[in-house]
Design a protein around this ligand. Structure first.
Ligand code: C2E
Ligand code: MG
Ligand code: MG
Ligand code: MG
Length: 291
């Protein structure tokens, strides 16, 4: 097995795609142990107000350094967990770690919102809102200290399953973001019916807006639609000044990507946030998102 260091420091151990291959099953066992032993780490990547430069929030992203295979990308192990009973435990772990970090930041006066990625499966049943409510209370955090990111698959799947959970989250006051928008062929009418406060435009569109007029048109119309629905637009995968400038021109609210900052460990991102507070004029990162 080859483990290579990619740009994000996580890449390329690819167990066989076969669902029941021994590699996958043994990796699943390793993942369970990694959760139990708290070996998984969260990195954090800021989301930047376009045109303003303030930090709108940070996204928590899982990192796993396997003792034998080295770093394994979440795009490898999260789908594996999603197909098993482990997803619930993985999400519980991420929520606990993220809330702990949020509590540290809020105690220090850094009122930054942490976005937590969840799986569509986490929306089945009442466990998630209950866990969040208990966690927020235990850490003395307001509901707006976190946001949940879920892919638009929740729009295409059976809505009845997830509607109650989404309502419970709304009642709790925890905002929802729609991740990877544009990749799931979901109906825009359904977007309107869903109580999301943020739509994240997938990097595959964002990356190409400086080169392709067609992609630029798609992104512009998504931004317009999102604004007309009263939601915040976030561009994922902003890697160049040129793309950032086009996004500002198009009226996109927030950008996230290597241009601004790569995902970093909590200590590094804390230093990054402090440095920014010292140099950024205006409200800085205690910007309170509208919910
Ligand atoms: P996502 O939620 O859409 O996260 C954005 C991905 O884009 C992250 O990949 C991030 O590192 C990467 N990224 C950030 N800036 C740039 C850029 O400028 N260019 C490019 N090309 N990529 C950029 P990452 O960390 O490998 O995560 C991949 C996916 O794994 C995430 O996509 C999310 O769906 C899933 N994931 C990560 N952490 C968690 C987690 O805690 N729970 C769950 N359920 N899923 C997670
Ligand atoms: Mg995300
Ligand atoms: Mg995304
Ligand atoms: Mg993604």
């Amino acid at each position: 097995y080859l483990a290579k260091e990619g740009r994000t420091g996580v890449e390329l151990y690819q167990p066989h795609k076969d669902r029941n291959s021994p590699e996958r099953l043994s990796l699943l066992g390793d993942l369970r142990r990694a959760i139990d032993n708290r070996e998984l780490r969260l990195h954090y990547q800021p989301k930047i107000v376009l045109g303003g430069g303030e930090v709108q929030g940070v996204e928590a992203l899982l990192r796993w350094r396997h003792p034998v295979h080295g770093p394994i990308a979440p795009s490898e192990f999260v789908p594996l967990a999603e197909q098993s009973y482990l997803m619930r435990q993985l999400t519980a772990y991420v929520i606990e770690e993220a809330l702990e970090q949020a509590a540290r930041w809020w105690r220090a006066g850094t009122q930054v919102q942490i976005s937590i990625n969840i799986s569509a499966r986490d929306l089945l049943g009442p466990a998630l809102p209950q866990r969040l409510e208990a966690g927020l209370a235990r850490h003395g955090l307001p509901p707006a200290a976190v946001q949940l990111e879920v892919t638009e698959r929740i729009l295409t799947g059976d809505q009845a399953y997830t509607q109650d959970t989404i309502k419970a989250l709304a009642a709790l006051g925890v905002p929802l973001a729609l991740d990877d928008f544009g990749t799931g062929y979901s109906s825009l009418i359904r977007l309107q019916r869903l109580a999301v406060s943020e739509v994240k435009i997938d990097a595959s569109f964002v990356r190409r807006i400086a080169e392709s007029d067609d992609d630029a048109r798609i992104v512009r119309s998504i931004i317009d639609l999102v604004r007309s629905l009263g939601m915040r637009s976030v561009a994922e995968g902003v890697e160049s000044d040129e793309v950032a400038a086009r996004l500002v021109e198009m009226g996109c609210d927030v950008g996230q990507g290597w241009l601004f900052c790569e995902p970093m460990a909590a200590e590094e991102i804390t230093a990054w946030l402090c440095e920014r507070r010292a140099t950024t004029p205006g409200p800085g990162y205690d910007y309170q998102p509208e919910i």
